[in-house]
Write a protein that binds this ligand. Structure first.
Ligand code: GLN
Ligand code: ZN
Length: 750
């Protein structure tokens, strides 16, 4: 049979067993042996699934108690010196200290893994980083798999991707190669000696815009690695590498993996792939939850199979880490939607069927193919996938401009809102207390009636409003007590969007998210936030800010249907939000915030694709906002992200006020907006909400003074960095008291 494999399987477990075990270990409720037992159990279970589905290889090295990039760094012995740990003797607790920090040292820096929602820990290298003495974890896992009777393909992050993603201080990252390579060579030799015939080295940076400095490193590096191990599979994913085809064909590795889901056209550039080397085609989508169209996949693979024979491998496009584990657990999801879905476990079966059909003929798998065809036909013809009313609106998009310019709007808004200089506000959420969560839980379990739940949430809103009034804030929020999550809350109410019960995907460490699935045309059957907002406004004479999650963020944090352009899905979302904006406006809400924390992370991996993205993302935002009258103030909020290179797009969104996260960078992020370059109003966060620390007044006045150097006082707002939902009330109030004191001091001086 044709070789089938995945580039990695989710490790959290179908019931998030790993999350719970790791958190128990952190709390001291589970010892190391207990944690290891859970890890072993999960690895074994996942290997069994891969094996039972009929895959040739099981993936080894994809497991991690926190993050696989951290694991690679640790295996190579390159632990940041500042922790003072001995790499060879690294204990599990010390490993977690690297990931989470300890009393003496902050954690390693965390960032997003390419354009996914997975966060990895950045390796920290400097001029005297040594790469030796790491623990034996990988070899132990390999042995575990071999002893259980599986054929293992071990995976590691490739050396150039590791270096490129590392935080390297004071030196050129590539200058570390002479020290890093021997560590890889050593590891590869050990793996070969243990009988591991294939090692997958992930080099996803090949899909970025790489300069020649980095590209030129590939040939010498892989020549050396290929000498250490004859079975290297170099894997690329998330974007095409056609422009490097000649280089990749010339590398002495045993095989190359291409992502044929994200970049199907690139297969053409590898049409003359040499016989004798493996070409692994990532045909099953590792980034999305939709069922593979097996007929279409076979049509694509058949000519390749005829040419390459057994040198054709088929796999997931990338690691399955980015999709939920098992669709069979979803008992509440409508069957008609499940017809279109496939999670990690189901994707294994798809790979096995493809392999059988290619080798033995489609007639041999007639039943599986027929089932796939029938399910997809049912799913694709669901009326809600192509809603005529939505199509009509899209064909005839309403105005995206607000009618008046910012300057003209600002005058009307000043008149209406009667705000002081340096107006103060918060980003939306107030503490999500245990009491709130308990009530929501009871309501979801049916133990609390809808009326009682509404009353309970109204009481929370009233509490938040009275606290804000007492503090002296200028523009209030209702506090988002009724929302478990800023995406789920809307996903649950929008037509065309489904939320699953167990569809967890690892975000970082033990943290998992459950992205909604946008499977049909999106519309808003009924108002989503208007009643809560109206209630909150009824409690105060101060302006109450309506609070919505923006179209780009709702799309970016979901699994998005792949039969329509992303832009079109975002416009559908924007139109639904536009109706909500108009209704809030009609209800007399004078300020409406449309959050877009995911705006920047939606940027494509290759710069050439940025303009197209920014164009539709800005349009989607404006489409959602422009349903408001000019005297209604539109806010947006974006979390920590650099704006330097996208400032024109941010300005083009034309929100009246943008609040951004800047305090952690001591306002350096403001440089992008600096020298009065940002045309509208802006609230650079003056304190970090990610920590319970209460910053003193002087700290905030200093930050505000810095901000005043680049933003005129008439356009400066004062607010925390982000929402306060993860904080407790005492520290929240203490910090806001200081924020307001700082504001008063500055107002007096202006
Ligand atoms: N309005 C949201 C809140 O305050 C914004 C959250 C975010 O930016 N991630 O919680
Ligand atoms: Zn935020």
């Amino acid at each position: 049979m044709l070789t089938t494999h995945t580039l990695g399987f989710p490790r959290i477990g179908s019931q998030r067993e790993l999350k719970f075990a790791v958190e128990q270990f952190w709390r001291g409720e589970l010892d190391e042996a207990g944690l290891n037992a859970t890890g072993r159990e999960l690895r074994l279970r996942h290997w069994q699934w891969q094996h039972a589905a009929g895959l040739r290889f099981v993936a080894v090295g994809d497991f991690s108690y926190y993050d696989q990039i951290l694991d690679t760094t640790v295996l190579l012995g390159a632990i940041p010196k500042r922790f003072g740990f001995d790499a060879a003797q690294l204990s599990r607790s010390q490993y977690f200290e690297l990931a989470r920090g300890n009393a003496a040292q902050p954690a390693c820096e965390m960032t997003k893994w390419f354009d996914t929602n997975y966060h990895f820990l950045k390796p920290e290298f400097d001029h005297d980083t040594r790469f030796d003495g790491g623990p034996q974890w990988l070899l132990d896992e390999l042995q575990e798999a071999t002893q259980a009777g599986f054929q293992a393909k071990v995976q590691l992050v490739g050396p150039l991707t590791l270096l490129k993603l590392a935080r390297v201080q004071g030196i050129d990252a590539l200058s570390l190669l002479p020290r890093l390579l021997p560590a890889y060579v050593r590891l590869l030799r050990q793996l070969a000696a243990e009988g591991c015939n294939w090692v997958q080295l992930d080099e996803p940076i090949l899909g970025l815009d790489l300069d020649s400095h980095w590209l030129n490193a590939y040939a010498p590096v892989y020549r050396e690695l290929a000498e250490a191990h004859p079975g290297i599979l170099l894997t690329t994913y998330f974007s095409g590498v056609a422009e490097h085809a000649e280089l990749l064909k010339s590398l002495p590795v045993a095989g190359l993996h291409l992502d044929a889901v994200r970049a199907p056209q690139q297969l053409g550039a590898f049409g003359d792939w040499h016989a004798g080397k493996v070409l692994s085609v990532g045909i099953v989508d590792g980034r999305n939850v939709w069922k593979t169209d097996l007929d279409a996949a076979l049509d694509k693979l058949t000519p390749l199979y005829h040419r390459l024979g057994d040198n054709l491998w088929i796999g997931s496009s990338c690691s399955l880490l980015h999709v939920p584990v098992d669709l069979d657990q979803e008992t509440r999801l409508a069957e008609e939607i499940k017809d279109g879905l496939s999670f990690a476990r189901q994707k294994l079966a798809e790979l096995a069927t493809l392999s059988r059909a290619l080798c033995l003929g489609r007639s041999v798998c007639f039943q599986a193919l027929e089932q796939n065809r029938a399910a997809l036909t049912r799913y694709r013809t669901l009326p809600a996938r192509n809603d005529a009313a939505v199509a009509r609106r899209l064909a005839n998009l309403p105005e995206i401009e607000r009618g008046l310019s910012y300057g003209e709007r600002a005058l009307l808004q000043r008149e209406r809102l009667k705000l002081p200089l340096l107006p103060t506000t918060t980003i939306g959420s107030f503490p999500q207390t245990n009491a709130i969560r308990a009530q929501r839980g009871a309501y979801k379990r049916g133990e609390l009636s809808q009326a009682d739940y509404t009353r309970a949430m109204q009481a929370e809103i009233a509490h938040a409003v009275s606290r804000q009034e007492a503090l002296g804030l200028d523009v209030l929020v209702h506090g988002e007590a009724e929302r478990s999550d800023m995406v789920d809350y809307f996903a649950e109410q929008l037509a065309g969007v489904a939320v699953c019960q167990h569809g967890w995907v690892q975000s970082y460490g033990s943290r998992c998210v459950k992205p909604p699935m946008i499977w049909g045309d999106v519309s808003r059957p009924v108002a989503m936030t208007v009643e809560w907002t109206r209630y909150a406004q009824s409690l105060t004479s101060l302006p109450m800010k309506g609070m919505l999650t923006g179209p780009v963020t709702l799309v970016q944090w979901a699994f998005v249907r792949d039969d329509k352009p992303r832009a079109e899905v975002a416009y559908q979302m924007a139109l639904a939000l536009r109706d909500e904006v108009a209704e809030l406006d009609a209800a007399g809400i004078a300020a409406i915030q449309i959050d877009e924390p995911a705006f920047r992370e939606g940027l494509p991996l290759k710069r050439a694709d940025w303009p197209a993205y920014l164009d539709w993302a800005v349009t989607a935002f404006k489409l959602s906002a422009a349903g408001s009258r000019p005297e209604t103030q539109v806010h947006t909020h974006m979390c920590y992200s650099e704006f330097e290179d996208i400032l024109p797009a941010i300005a083009a969104m034309d929100a009246d006020v943008i609040t951004i996260e800047t305090s952690r960078s001591a306002m350096t992020l403001l440089d992008a907006f600096g020298d009065f370059r940002y045309p509208n109003e802006i609230g650079p966060g003056v304190y970090d909400i990610h920590s319970p620390r209460v910053p003193p007044v002087t700290e905030m006045t200093t930050l505000l003074e810095k901000a005043l150097k680049v933003i005129p006082a008439e356009r400066l707002w004062v607010n925390p960095d982000c929402g306060l939902k993860t904080r407790a009330w005492p520290e929240t109030e203490a910090a806001l008291i200081n924020m307001l004191a700082a504001t008063r001091q500055l107002r007096q001086r202006l």
